[in-house]
Design a protein around this ligand. Sequence first.
Ligand SMILES: Cc1cc2nc3c(=O)[nH]c(=O)nc-3n(C[C@H](O)[C@H](O)[C@H](O)COP(=O)(O)OP(=O)(O)OC[C@H]3O[C@@H](n4cnc5c(N)ncnc54)[C@H](O)[C@@H]3O)c2cc1C
Length: 374
Amino acid sequence: MTTDYDLVVVGGSFAGLICARTAAMRGLKVAVIDRRREPGAAVHTTGILVKEAAEEIDLPPDVVRRIHGVRLYGPSLASIDLAEPGYYFLATDTARLLRWLALDTAMAGARLCYGTSYRGACYEEDRLRLRGVDITTRYLVGADGARSAVARTFGLGLNNQFLQGIEAHVPLDGDMAPNLLHCVLNRRLAPGYIAWAVPGVETLQVGLAAARGVKPDLDAALAMMNRIGGIDTSQVLERRAGLIPCGGPVRPFATDRVLLVGDAAGLVSPLTGGGIYNAFRYGRRAAQAVSDHLLDHGPEPSRVLAGEYPGYGAKLMMRRAMDHVVGDRLVDMMLKTPWFAEAARQIYFRPRGLLRGVKLASAFRPSTVSRAAR
Ligand SMILES: Cc1cc2nc3c(=O)[nH]c(=O)nc-3n(C[C@H](O)[C@H](O)[C@H](O)COP(=O)(O)OP(=O)(O)OC[C@H]3O[C@@H](n4cnc5c(N)ncnc54)[C@H](O)[C@@H]3O)c2cc1C
């Protein structure tokens, strides 16, 4: 028997769960479908929340760990410490966080269908019918990550630039300062990005990301962190890996009664590779816009979000400059200069500040939303 929903969200991770939870709390009949067997399975992210992400949603204290600054290393491993009064990051037990969020979403009234793959959808009068499941919906949100199948079905923009990230979890001991994120700039090891060590909730998370086409060398990153902090690399307790979109927002991100959020929409900072804050923020905003539209004859949700999604203009420019201009020797020379520390502070502690970038559309641009793909 077919079940009719107001909103179906494809993807039950950060963006999809927040979207579904908000829409259900606003009175919509909502379902989430996700191909993972359960929430929090096969986590691919380090899961650090910037303070702004923590302000979008209040989390139980036992799934997070506060971190109050950054130790930034140059290629020679000389370092500077960066902090800002009142600012913090949250390391997370990401699997537990996602399980908690899924429970909260179900309690808000959404139906969660894990172990269910999205296989396409088509328009059927005033509804969309999902293939392979007996489900129709008035609105469809694609929160299905960097390689969105929803985007492909409806001819929406696809992410086409990626970093490849990989991470190992090792026991949380050694001499690594426990209240700092440790970030290493090293173009040889992590071209286009950084290597990191995060004292997490129960493990030390060591990883790196590199421009696609370069295989990230996790053993080399572990050896380097061992030199920095004498960490125990003999037992790897968990591995994570995934793609990080870094080319900015996709266009178009929406069509008739369908829109993308989170990584599917390319809402990842091209400089920091962070996307969870945007997944929370715009997952929630998408649900608000859809419920205003369906319940109160509000404007087309894509028009609302086109004026809000970040464009990352300045960050994309800085990223290209970092990729092409700044070599390892120059980084070592610049590391201890006051302006380098200030630039790094802007990147780490002002995700929505000076470098927030050019808005995708301060006035709505038709090219960001495709016409109905019937
Ligand atoms: C190695 C690594 C480290 C990172 N570290 C950080 C960090 O510390 N902080 C930060 O802010 N960001 C980080 N990011 C980025 C961050 O993980 C993403 O921005 C975030 O996960 C985006 O959330 P999302 O809900 O949009 O997508 P995802 O978390 O990718 O979730 C997509 C969901 O859709 C489901 N799905 C996909 N296809 C289908 C289908 N066909 N049918 C059904 N379900 C489907 C998947 O199973 C998945 O659950 C990192 C990324 C990587 C790869």
